[in-house]
Design a protein around this ligand. Structure first.
Ligand SMILES: Nc1ncnc2c1ncn2[C@@H]1O[C@H](COP(=O)(O)OP(=O)(O)OP(=O)(O)O)[C@@H](O)[C@H]1O
Ligand SMILES: [Mg+2]
Length: 383
């Protein structure tokens, strides 16, 4: 048995049968506290109930991207699943500038399928309400409310700043009434928009890959919330990775940055196309639980387009909050921390990211295409 130590919250082990087949499994157990902090930081084991619930739901709609679950017990707060040790964490691969040709295709499928099939476009009103009450994950939601939407936007003792980051830049967020009002809108949406069963923490550390396969892991923050929260989490972390490469002068880095931007573009457009196609198929194959027959013609189409535009602007708003919290909040990302011996360089990349976040937060409704968001990222690097 080998303990895996790159997670913070829970115990994780790979257990191998050394006598016989050499088969192995991955075991994860939630103690009633945060593992790395110890027993003086209590946290209920509700997170494992939420993780089990989400793993069951996600593998029912998108089995090819979920580790197979062999055993689960809410009472023991434990889950035993397929060992993915031959796969790498996506964030690590992106930091090493690895090309992953399947990434946008696979992640857009995961997003479209998990978000569509738990939405009111696929579930009856009754089943949707049942899903909401079954997926209550209040303790983890509170952590997100505090650490993503609150502390980074005020001068809070839980924050952690790069000492080289200018106070003017920090103030342009924490002391900017307009930014704070928009963050309040995003926090309110997070708390009050039960659109779909979310993964809840879909950053690039929650995805494991090899060249051929993509797996999504660790849905312990899962709850029924706004679709843009999962999409925004991925987009935020891909742009963070973009800024971590874009300052390099080499042709290789420039090519990699183009691949990253293309991946973000593909991720959104493939998601949109797949979500719309599931929606159209669903309305044709059964009586839609959401809208009746399109008697006037084109009504459904108009509604669908407006809906997806709203998901895009929500995604940008949430992406912004996620980008900011990784810089001003306590939880850092290796994409930037790899430069901690050169805090000035790190501050430069963080400032580019923060400036991008402010723009896509405040003007999120004005963006109708990812191409414009990509252009913004490129312009910020060129300054
Ligand atoms: N099915 C799996 N097979 C092999 N390794 C895995 C598997 N799932 C996760 N891991 C590895 O174990 C680590 C911890 O897993 P996970 O992220 O689920 O735990 P966690 O305690 O919730 O972590 P965190 O504090 O990051 O939320 C992952 O970063 C990954 O390296
Ligand atoms: Mg986790």
């Amino acid at each position: 048995m080998q303990e895996i130590n790159d997670g913070n919250m829970n115990f994780a082990f790979v257990v191998t049968n050394k006598q016989g087949s050499n088969q192995s499994v991955f075991v994860k157990q939630a103690p009633p506290y945060i593992k790395v902090m110890g027993e003086q930081w209590p946290l209920t084991r509700q997170r494992m109930t939420a993780e089990i619930n989400a793993l069951n739901y996600q593998s029912s709609v998108c089995p090819e991207m979920l580790p197979e679950v062999y055993y689960q017990s809410e009472a023991l707060s434990v889950v035993i699943m397929q060992n993915l040790s031959q796969h790498a964490i996506l964030r690590t691969e992106l930091i090493q500038a690895r090309y992953l040709p399947r990434l946008a295709e696979d992640l857009s499928t995961f997003l479209a399928e998990t978000l569509f099939y738990s939405s009111s476009f696929a579930l009856s009103s009754l089943n949707k309400k049942a899903m909401i009450s079954k997926s209550n994950n209040q303790d983890m939601c509170k952590i997100t409310e505090d650490f993503v939407f609150t502390y980074p936007f005020e001068h809070h003792e839980m924050n952690d700043y790069n000492p080289a980051l200018s106070q003017t830049v920090i103030d342009s967020i924490q002391k900017n009434p307009n930014v704070r009002a928009h963050v309040a809108q995003m926090k309110y949406m997070f708390m009050n928009k039960p659109e779909a069963l979310l993964h809840g923490d879909l950053h690039t550390g929650s995805v494991m890959v090899n060249g051929l396969e993509t797996f999504v892991i660790d849905p312990e923050f899962s709850f029924v919330g706004p679709m843009g929260f999962d999409i925004g989490a991925l987009i935020a972390n891909l742009y963070i990775n973009y800024f971590s490469h874009a300052h390099k002068r080499s042709v290789e880095a420039a090519n990699y940055c183009q691949w990253l931007l293309q991946t973000i573009d593909d991720l959104w457009y493939k998601f949109e196309a797949k979500f719309l196609s599931l929606w159209a198929e669903h309305e044709l194959s059964i009586q839609s639980p959401f809208m009746g027959k399109d008697l006037t013609g084109g009504t459904h189409q108009t509604f669908r387009q407006a809906f997806l535009q709203q998901v895009l602007s929500d995604s940008l708003g949430f992406a912004a909050c996620k980008m900011i919290r990784r810089i001003l909040g306590v939880a850092k990302v290796a994409d930037f921390m790899q430069f901690k011996k050169d805090q000035k360089l790190r501050a430069k990349l963080e400032t580019q990211t923060l400036n991008m976040a402010i723009e896509i937060l405040v003007n999120r409704h004005a963006y109708t295409s990812i191409a414009d968001v990509n252009k913004l990222a490129e312009d910020l690097v060129a300054v």
